[in-house]
Design a protein around this ligand. Structure first.
Ligand SMILES: C[S@@+](CC[C@H](N)C(=O)[O-])C[C@H]1O[C@@H](n2cnc3c(N)ncnc32)[C@H](O)[C@@H]1O
Length: 288
């Protein structure tokens, strides 16, 4: 069987899923099996696939057919124009988080080229930490996650992008796991923010495959946000700033809880769908 024959057969299994073109998915899976860039398939469509290649293709199509996200099946995704490795231990980075990386990067760029320390709370694949380290050669980025398996993926991605020497990895639950003497010019976070009861209503790709610790924000979705508001101030440098991603509908309650915790909320900015999703705040100097 040739690539040209395999591609139209696979969409029958991939078809029921929304959002992604079945043909594109089949092409990406075949390109993965053949270790070729997808566009090269068009030059090689007449090549007869070997039995092991067909077997691998069938296995990948079946995984995707069982609603495993394409990015886990491929083991990679793109974030801020770069490739990141993924396993089911980490959240699949979302396009809106690229906006968070941009806001945070702009803030850091505005500080000039002096040395800065950054904390990425809940680093997952390391997409934010690594993108910021690549953009700011003067930054040391601390990447914290409660999941040791996620940190392994983040370490692998840091090595892939050549920034291992400027990223410090910390395993632990919340900022209390960090050395208390650390001070950050920027704390960036895309915390788990889905209300627990909503998780069961999500698409199977998310509900059944993405790590619960990356999704579950507690009863109102704001558990991690509340902890960040309470625990971050002692770790901020004098001019330190927080940049945070929020779920849809959380901007109002998040602003209230930050202000009650003594923060000054500078801005809440919209995502591409014009929903308020990115909160940035400062906290007056804090006595430890
Ligand atoms: C929504 S994911 C974000 C991952 C990545 N930063 C991104 O934007 O794609 C949240 C991450 O926070 C981590 N996490 C959840 N609770 C945590 C806690 N209390 N302390 C440290 N990390 C936590 C999860 O393991 C997960 O990797």
């Amino acid at each position: 069987m040739t690539g040209l024959e395999v591609i139209p057969r696979s969409p029958a299994i991939l078809a029921p899923h929304e959002g992604e073109s079945p043909r594109l998915q089949a092409e990406l899976l075949l390109a993965h099996v053949l270790a070729l860039p997808r566009l090269r398939l068009y030059l090689d469509f007449e090549r007869v696939l070997t039995e092991p290649e067909l077997e691998r293709m069938r296995a990948l199509v079946q995984r995707r057919g069982a609603r495993e996200p394409l990015q886990y099946v491929l083991g990679t995704t793109s974030f801020c124009g770069r490739e990141f490795r993924l396993t089911p231990a980490v959240l699949i980075p979302r396009p809106e988080t690229e906006q968070l990386a941009e806001h945070a990067g702009q803030f850091l760029t505005g500080l000039g080229d002096r040395p800065v320390a950054v904390l990425d709370f809940g680093t997952g694949s390391g997409c934010l930490a690594i993108s910021l380290a690549l953009r700011l050669p003067n930054a040391i980025v601390h990447a914290l996650d409660v999941s040791v398996e996620a940190l392994e993926v983040a370490r692998e991605n840091a090595a892939l992008h050549g920034v291992s020497d400027r990223i410090r990895f910390h395993a632990g639950d919340g900022l209390g796991a960090l050395p208390p003497e650390l001070r950050f010019q920027l704390v960036v976070a895309n915390p788990p923010y889905i209300p627990t009861a909503e998780i069961a209503t999500l698409a199977p790709e998310v509900r059944d495959y993405e790590p619960r610790t990356a999704l579950d924000g507690g009863p109102d979705g704001l558990e991690s946000v509340r902890r960040l508001a309470a625990d971050t101030p002692p770790f901020l440098a004098a001019e330190g700033r927080l940049w945070l991603e929020l779920g849809d509908g959380q901007a109002g309650p998040a602003r209230d809880l930050f202000e009650r915790a003594g923060w000054q909320v500078n801005e809440v900015l919209p995502d591409l769908a014009q929903r308020p999703r990115f909160l940035t705040a400062v906290h007056p100097p804090h006595d430890r």
